[in-house]
Design a protein around this ligand. Structure first.
Ligand code: PAF
Length: 304
């Protein structure tokens, strides 16, 4: 659908499941009254929002009648307490950004609302795909992430309207796991991946970029550069030299490479990286730059 529903500059703020249901039902009823099936778009976030999140909200705003964004810093997906504590909490700025994107409702629950009685006993298990790459570096991260995404998908699910949820392609393994979860658990939501938003220097936007010093930031640019070179070679039908890419990253002062690999974007299985392959393949990279872990990726065929 092209017509946008209820664009407003100040989103309604819901902090409980009941308030969320009440707000979305009223808005959806209004659309239903116009004689067609309505749709709801959910944009799950942890706050600390930037233009990458605005792109998620804008995409939802263009597609859906009612747009809900959630802001919840999910402790289950942080292995490291210090990392959880320093995750940016910027609610006022986040509400402004979401208002500018025309988000209707912001669901910002307290910890007790999401996990009454403490951490949940029953969780989603990400399986083997959750143990490689980011999963290997951050044990338990994907189980915690999928658990909260399953809860958010259930909490915001409309009774009768079409339902979509939007996630950034920068977190490609997260996106692949969420797609797999809704398939395996029959969760009735369409999952939409939204392209990476990059700064003018090429660095992928991330809530963690604010912790990079000026020198770190310059050093970090080796990551998108190596990814772009791999894509160019792949598009030109040349063989990929991952070892050379790894050495280039390792040679930059202040950058500690974790992985540079080529994977299937759906299964995250490693794929061959011969010349000019046409099967979908994603080059993925992770590195510690200063005190910050950065990830990035690029498609080796089709649109970047
Ligand atoms: O990508 C994020 O911000 C988080 O992992 C998500 C999907 C909101 C779950 O907490």
């Amino acid at each position: 659908m092209t017509e946008t529903g209820t664009t407003q500059s100040t989103p309604l703020l819901a902090s409980t499941a009941g308030e969320l249901r009440e707000a979305t039902s009223a808005l959806l009823e209004d659309v239903g009254g116009r004689g067609r099936r309505a749709s709801l778009g959910l944009v799950p976030t942890m706050g600390g929002l930037h233009a990458g999140h605005a792109a998620l909200a804008d995409t939802a705003r263009r597609a859906d009648d009612v747009v809900v964004a959630s802001i919840f810093v999910n402790p289950l997906q942080f292995g490291d307490r210090a990392d959880l504590e320093r995750y940016p909490r910027t609610l006022d700025a986040d509400l402004r950004l979401l208002g500018e994107s025309g988000v209707d409702v912001v669901f910002a629950p307290a910890l007790e609302e999401m996990y009454p009685g403490g951490e949940p006993l029953v969780r989603v298990n990400a399986g083997a795909m959750g143990e490689v790459l980011e999963g290997a570096a951050r044990p338990g991260h994907f189980d915690g992430m999928l658990t909260v995404v399953a809860k958010l998908l259930n909490l915001a699910r409309p009774a009768t309207a079409d339902y979509r949820a939007y996630f950034g392609q920068k977190d490609a393994q997260q996106l692949a796991l969420i797609r797999r979860m809704v398939l395996d658990l029959n969760i009735p939501a369409d999952i939409e991946g939204v392209p990476i938003v990059r700064d003018t220097d090429g660095l992928a936007l991330s809530s963690r970029n604010r912790f990079l010093s000026a020198a770190d930031r310059t050093a970090a640019l080796v990551l998108p550069r190596v990814l772009h070179e791999l894509r160019e070679r792949s598009l030109d039908g040349l063989p990929l030299d991952l070892a050379a890419g790894r050495s280039r990253i390792d040679a930059v002062d202040g950058v500690e490479l974790d992985y540079l690999d080529v994977v299937d974007p759906l299964s995250f299985d490693a794929v061959g990286h011969g010349a000019g392959g046409t099967a979908p393949a994603l080059a993925v990279v992770a590195a510690r730059v200063g005190a910050v872990r950065l990830i990035d990726n690029i498609a080796l065929s089709g649109p970047a």
